[in-house]
Design a protein around this ligand. Structure first.
Ligand code: ATP
Ligand code: MG
Length: 137
């Protein structure tokens, strides 16, 4: 059984769709095995997105991610990484298929409602960035 890491980003928290997004995870067979709401610090957001440091959208991305609370969660299920990416839809909501989370809840390419790990290796790193093993059920 596989785990992935997910963030409900500040724009989705602000529009009151945490529960709607969690229902999509559950309908897709992804079990929420850890969860918490937090206000990221700038250092936390910069560390999380370190792979994008130096890119033109980095400062805007970090500014957005600290603009309000986020909800972080660990999702567990068969093929969890790929399955979560599928229900999220494309990074750019203009390209996201109808019925995906980003199609329904993104406001722009930066404010695209959710994050999901892109591989099993990044999932393990991202889970460890926010959760200790005893916080995962
Ligand atoms: P995420 O990592 O958030 O799940 P992703 O893997 O689909 O999304 P990445 O390429 O890792 O996309 O980019 C991380 C985030 O940075 C995107 O989700 C989006 O919020 C923002 N982003 C990516 N590319 C751009 C861009 N060209 N302009 C503005 N924001 C961008
Ligand atoms: Mg990514």
């Amino acid at each position: 059984i596989e785990r992935t890491f997910s963030i409900v980003k500040p724009n989705a928290v602000a529009k009151n769709v945490i529960g709607a997004i969690y229902a999509r995870f559950e309908s897709a067979g992804l079990k929420i095995v850890a969860a918490k709401m937090l206000q990221l610090t700038r250092a936390q957001a910069e560390g999380f997105y370190a792979e994008h440091q130096g890119k033109p959208f980095f400062d805007g991305l970090v500014g957005f991610m600290i603009s309000g609370p986020v909800v972080v969660q660990v999702l567990e299920g068969e093929d969890a990484v790929r399955r979560n990416r599928e229900i999220m839809g494309a990074t750019n909501p203009a390209n996201a298929l109808a019925g995906t989370l980003r199609s329904d809840y993104a406001d722009s390419l930066t404010e695209n409602a959710v994050h999901g790990s892109d591989a099993v290796e990044s999932a393990a790193r991202e889970i460890a960035y926010f959760f200790s093993e005893d916080e995962i059920c």
